[in-house]
Design a protein around this ligand. Structure first.
Ligand code: GAL
Length: 461
């Protein structure tokens, strides 16, 4: 009997500890005044895109192959067998799209340049493609739009994938070579660089859930790829800093942060599922960037140790992508140990997650511990009906401002995304765009809900 009481006591103490240490923040929105949001003078506003999602004709990368392949059951990889195709034809429409940026009143544009177009074969750089990006960059700058260039946003050239991609640490040199080449050409004009976009999403989706290419389901390999991407960031940072214009450039990594909250706050198994997910998804990068250390030991699944003290210095800013949190519920299943559940009072976005502005505040509180300036490099909502966008924009931006008022150094915000585009495995079904796109005739239209962004930009001045 005493033993039973003792065990209950231990259980209660552990649960109380988790509850206190990881509270799920909820604000009473009815009593919050989120009108008139005033920002520090130098705060900047932007929108973001990625090459494969908007440019069109990306036919030489892992995603093109993925879109044109089928799974083990013969089913298409992308919803309804959609293909990225010519996407928004941003390649040809960039001048018109620059006008869209200007109409919003943003001063910054985060875009990626497509490695597979620039270096279609190993070591062979396509001059016409390099010229295209030069024109695009100059055009943006001429129009007073500051570019933030992402060097890797989910896509690998096919030749790089054939060599094993980021599964092999020894392949990082190919990516470094590409980065050095483009930096030597564009760094005179481009002062802001994002090395890798979301190493945790790339590795978890590509190597754990298998929803992204290469569709593997191997937790140990996922962790290795994640680690290699972090190392790639550090090495690229170090190389570029040594180059001409390196000193005057700001180079950072972009990470997605998502909170894992337990579906039942009294259930130890839910907590374990959450803490383990957080370790692999978030803590791994945080610990690497803050201490230069990776330490994961999940028996039978992942064992990974790595240390490089230099990593701590190797980032000028932290690019934070934030969308939402999820609630995990443990289940006894041979293959999947937990499922996502949705609380009935929460408002869903069109993606499988809810509107949770408090989460952006929480994410910023955590990221600030790394001690680098923060830039919100992505934040946005998939909302086909456009009936939640307005609320989403104001509340998330309010949450960010609250952190700034408390002294956190958040320098700018990029809304994801400028216009509807190819949303990876979801195809064109997800409507994240401030502008809708009619993919029959490439017509762009500002959405009603997006006017809230314009309003906030104006208010903030
Ligand atoms: C991010 C990704 C973007 C975009 C966005 C919306 O993970 O970096 O490319 O797809 O999600 O889901």
């Amino acid at each position: 009997m005493i033993l039973l009481y003792f065990l209950i006591l231990i259980y209660v103490v552990i649960i109380a500890y988790f509850n206190l240490k990881y509270p799920e923040l909820r604000w009473k929105w009815d009593s919050i005044n989120d009108s008139n949001l005033k920002f520090p003078k130098n705060f900047f506003w932007g929108t973001a895109t990625a090459a494969h999602q908007v440019e069109g004709n990306c036919e030489n990368n892992n995603w093109y192959d993925w879109e044109n392949s089928v799974d083990e059951k013969g089913l298409p990889r992308i919803k309804n067998n959609q293909k990225s195709g010519i996407a928004c034809d941003h390649w040809n429409n960039y001048k018109q799209d620059t006008e869209l940026l200007k109409k919003l009143g943003v001063s910054h544009y985060r875009l990626s340049i497509e490695w597979s177009k620039i270096e279609p074969l190993q070591g062979e750089f396509d001059q016409s493609v390099l010229n295209h990006y030069s024109d695009l960059i100059s055009y943006l700058i001429k129009n007073n739009i500051t570019p933030y260039i992402t060097l890797h946003h989910f896509t690998n050239p096919c030749w790089f994938d054939k060599l094993g991609g980021f599964e092999k640490k020894s392949n990082i040199k190919y990516f470094k070579n590409f980065c050095k080449t483009v930096f030597s050409i564009y760094s005179k004009e481009v002062k802001n660089w994002c090395t890798i976009n979301e190493p945790e999403v790339f590795s978890v989706m590509g190597y754990f859930t298998g929803i992204f290419p290469p569709g593997k389901k191997n937790p140990q390999l996922a962790a290795i790829v994640h680690r290699n991407l972090l190392i790639a960031h550090t090495e690229v940072y170090q190389e570029l800093k040594k180059m001409k214009n390196g000193d005057s450039s700001s180079i950072g990594i972009v990470k997605n942060v998502m909170q894992f909250d337990p579906a039942r706050r009294w259930n130890l198994f839910d907590w374990i599922a959450c803490r383990v997910s957080d370790l692999v998804y978030n803590e791994m990068s945080f610990s690497y960037l803050k201490y230069g250390k990776i330490k994961i030991n999940i028996p039978f699944f992942i064992k990974l140790f790595y240390e490089d003290k230099q990593a701590v210095k190797a980032t000028d800013f932290f690019g934070l992508n934030y969308y939402s949190h999820i609630h995990l519920k443990f289940k006894f299943d041979k293959y999947e140990f937990f499922e996502n559940v949705y609380l009935k009072n929460d408002t869903m976005t069109d993606m499988e997650y809810t509107i949770y502005p408090e989460g952006l505040y929480r994410a910023i509180q955590r990221v600030k511990l790394i001690g680098k300036p923060i830039i919100i490099t992505e934040n946005g909502i998939a909302d086909k009906k456009d009936d939640r966008r307005k609320l989403f924009i104001r509340r998330y931006i309010y949450a960010m401002l609250r952190s700034i008022k408390e002294g956190v150094n958040v320098k700018g915000y990029f809304y994801w995304t400028l216009m509807d585009n190819f949303e990876w495995a979801e195809g064109y079904d997800m409507k994240f765009g401030l502008y809708s796109v009619d993919f029959e005739n490439q017509e762009r239209k500002l959405r009603e809900g997006s006017k809230e962004y314009i309003k906030i930009i104006n208010e903030s001045k």
